[in-house]
Design a protein around this ligand. Structure first.
Ligand code: NAD
Length: 358
């Protein structure tokens, strides 16, 4: 059986740090195990275009392992060529790089390691809020430059305390963010999700549900995006929705870059409609050198907290998603049932309502 994995290159770092399991070099720690079971294991980072290893090997692979950090995009067209493909496993959380509707039609299962990095992302989102609200990046850059001008950075620095903070999507990550924000004494925690949080969980973080995304953004000082990318959320944060934000709001997106319109966000930051934008996810990954989100700034020259896609790939998270990927694969090989929470697409149908109400 052929197992194909599309992972990111770790280069020198992955040789020096074997806990970088999600890399081409360290192969999710599964190469010896798969070889001992007699399976062929192809691991590559080459994923773009007809000459890529991905497109070459997908035609006869039975198992595809991908990661959101370096997504191999499995389109409907590629699925049609993938005659042997039975199961796609996302090493991590977020399977939008797989055409899920096509997977339903082709009866290809899609599973992810649910929960494996949700704490990692929630911590990153709270950190991103803090660094934007407190104007941290320009303050640090000033220090590296050798300057010292307190007023220049304090003029755009605030406290998290007393702010209205809202999440679009209140699943595993969105809820964990609210739990972590509570000790900062926000004025209000709001959420928009088509799923209601159970009353006891809602009162545990003292949050309130709002009926529409427009209503949410119009009330918030800080908005955080924590829903999957699917046909209902692609490009959701566009010029129109951004004009409904409170002027000078901060936006943190660690969900998926394509939920936000690239140009709309850059323009909203440049004119000060957004005071800051931070996150680790991009509409194209790796992001091109000239991607506007790399260098966009607010009118005072700050407000950019962008980093590469790594919030969910801390070494702690890699240990969890590598082990979870192995369990899913082992269940598949041994014909054992999969944990229901990991199944996105089962045999010909969606098993979750997180990717839209199908
Ligand atoms: P989850 O399934 O537990 O929660 C997602 C929630 O979003 C669900 O409650 C769902 O109802 C809600 N939702 C879906 N569509 C919505 C919409 N249109 N409006 C409002 N809410 C909507 O998932 P999770 O574990 O919290 O992860 C959420 C997403 O975060 C993942 O799908 C992935 O894209 C992203 N993620 C990013 C990283 C990273 O490293 N940056 C890591 C893990 C996950």
């Amino acid at each position: 059986m052929k197992v194909l994995a599309v992972l990111y290159n770790g280069f020198k770092a992955a040789i020096e740090e074997p806990r970088l399991l999600g890399t081409v070099e360290n192969k999710l720690g599964m190469d010896k195990w798969l070889a001992a079971r007699g399976h062929e294991f192809i691991v590559t980072s080459s994923k773009e275009g007809p000459n890529s290893d991905f497109e070459k090997h997908i035609v006869d692979a039975e198992v595809l392992i991908t990661t959101p950090f370096h997504p191999g995009y499995l389109t409907r067209e590629l699925m049609e060529k993938a005659q042997n493909l039975k199961i796609c496993i996302t090493a991590g959380v977020g399977s939008d790089h797989i055409d899920l509707n096509a997977a339903v039609d082709h009866k290809i299962q899609v599973l992810e390691v649910s929960g494996s990095n949700v704490t990692s992302v929630a911590e990153h989102a709270v950190m991103s809020m803090l660094l934007l609200v407190r104007n941290f990046v320009p303050a640090h850059e000033m220090i590296e430059r050798g300057d010292w001008q307190v007023s220049e950075v304090a003029r755009n620095a605030f406290d998290l305390e007393g702010k209205v903070i809202g999440t679009i999507g209140a699943g595993r990550i969105g809820y964990r963010i609210m739990q972590r924000l509570l000790p900062f004494n926000p004025k209000e925690l709001l959420y928009y999700d088509y799923h209601e949080i159970p009353p006891e969980a809602e009162s545990a973080v003292n949050c309130k549900r709002v009926g529409t995304v427009e209503e949410l953004v119009s009330q918030c000082d800080i908005v955080t995006v924590n829903c999957p990318l699917h046909e209902g959320t692609r490009g959701m944060i566009n010029d129109r929705l951004l004009s409904a934000f409170k002027p000078g709001a901060w936006l943190v997106n660690t969900a998926r870059g394509a939920i936000c319109d690239e140009q709309a966000v850059a323009k909203a930051l440049a004119r000060g409609q957004l005071r800051g934008y931070a996150g680790d996810v991009w509409n194209v990954q790796p992001a091109p050198k000239d991607h506007p989100w790399r260098t966009m700034k607010n009118p005072l020259g700050g407000g950019n907290g962008m980093v590469p896609h790594y919030s969910g790939t801390t070494l702690d998270a890699q240990a969890r998603y590598a082990s979870g990927t192995k369990t899913i694969l082992e269940n598949y090989l041994d014909g054992k049932p999969q944990a229901h929470q990991n199944i996105i697409v089962g045999a010909g149908k969606y098993e979750t309502t997180s990717y839209g109400l199908h």
